[in-house]
Design a binder for this molecule. Structure first.
Ligand code: A3P
Length: 303
């Protein structure tokens, strides 16, 4: 059995999106739930699943308001911290940071959701290309922004892919260090890995697995409602509750954020060589076991 090492904060990350220092000032509660992904990997889906479990399938839970993205610079931590401190329900907070830029609690429960990098970028492109001026203003004009502003994306999705792949996550943040940092702590008892493809393949099974990890009993009479409210169709139709700011950053609204919910949309656009360059890079950056899991999902072997 591998020795389990508690992660340690080694750095702060600041950018047009990030202010990692918020975690230094958060007073953890023992029952906190932290949802982590690189981005565009099913974060909102997991927030919805947890809200449905915590609130017994209530369709009206204002998920996005309740479950803020802690390390997003907007609104600043002076507003966000008192807000989450005042919450009297079980908290479920979102992060997109690598583990070593967080403060890690031994009691809180961490869910990490993985998705193939190509699917992530196809989702990211949709997120970015549809963002409106309010999104650019919020990110670029926010006091304390560090580094260059976020620019408008190129029209061509292949070019967007190349910029991201060759630029280590440009214009967002490094993909490899995010996945690798979480992978290294996957065996900790308070960490659960979930894959987007497994959620697609067997959502009921994955929801039961998540509920068991979080010690949330399921009321069987509420089970059909929970499943319905976590389905793609329901979430797309009711996206204003789960999408950040009700979708105000996208002129087409929340429906554009809950976009297609499928994988593999890159397969007709990237060449075989480009795809295989990604696969080789994933293996070199993450190792075979992790890169295989990231591409396909499936159960993890116990370390
Ligand atoms: P696509 O853009 O590929 O459609 P995040 O919340 O991390 O930003 O991830 C957004 C992605 O999750 C989007 O992917 C969105 O459609 C997908 N998603 C959200 N809810 C979903 C659901 N219930 N079923 C399937 N996919 C879902």
């Amino acid at each position: 059995m591998k020795k389990l090492v508690k992660p340690r904060k080694t750095r702060e990350i600041h950018s047009h999106h990030f202010d990692s220092t918020i975690w230094n000032d958060l007073e953890f509660r023992d029952d906190d739930i932290i949802i982590s992904t690189y981005a565009k990997s099913g974060t909102t889906w997991m927030q919805q699943i947890i809200a449905q479990l915590l609130f017994d399938g209530d369709p009206d839970v204002p998920v996005a308001d309740m479950s803020p993205w802690m390390d997003l610079r907007v609104p600043p931590k002076e507003i966000k911290l008192p807000f989450v401190e005042a919450q009297d329900h079980r908290r479920f907070l979102k992060t997109h940071l690598p583990v070593d830029a967080l403060q890690f609690s031994e009691e809180a429960k961490y869910l990490y959701i993985g998705r193939d990098g190509r699917d992530v970028v196809w989702s990211l492109y949709n997120h970015h290309v549809n963002a409106n001026q309010a999104w650019y203003d919020a990110l670029n004009e926010t006091p304390g922004r560090v580094g260059p502003p976020i620019e408008r994306p190129p029209e061509d999705i292949r070019q967007y892919w190349l910029d991201w792949f060759q630029g280590d996550g440009y214009p967002f943040w490094s993909f490899w260090e995010n996945v690798r940092s979480w992978w290294e702590i996957r065996d900790l008892p308070n960490v659960l890995f979930v894959h987007f493809s497994d959620l697609k393949r067997d959502m009921p099974g994955q929801i039961r697995r998540i509920a068991s990890f979080l010690d949330i009993p399921i009321d069987d009479s509420k089970w059909p409602a929970i499943l319905e409210h976590c389905s793609f169709e329901w979430m797309k139709k009711n996206g204003e509750k789960s999408t950040p700011l009700g979708g105000a950053f996208w002129d087409a609204g929340a429906e554009v954020f809950i976009n297609k919910g499928v994988n593999g949309r890159w397969a007709d656009i990237l060449t075989v060589i480009e795809s295989s360059e990604y696969e080789q890079k994933a293996k070199a950056e993450l190792g075979s076991e992790c890169s295989n899991w990231l591409a396909n999902g499936g159960a993890l072997s116990i370390g």
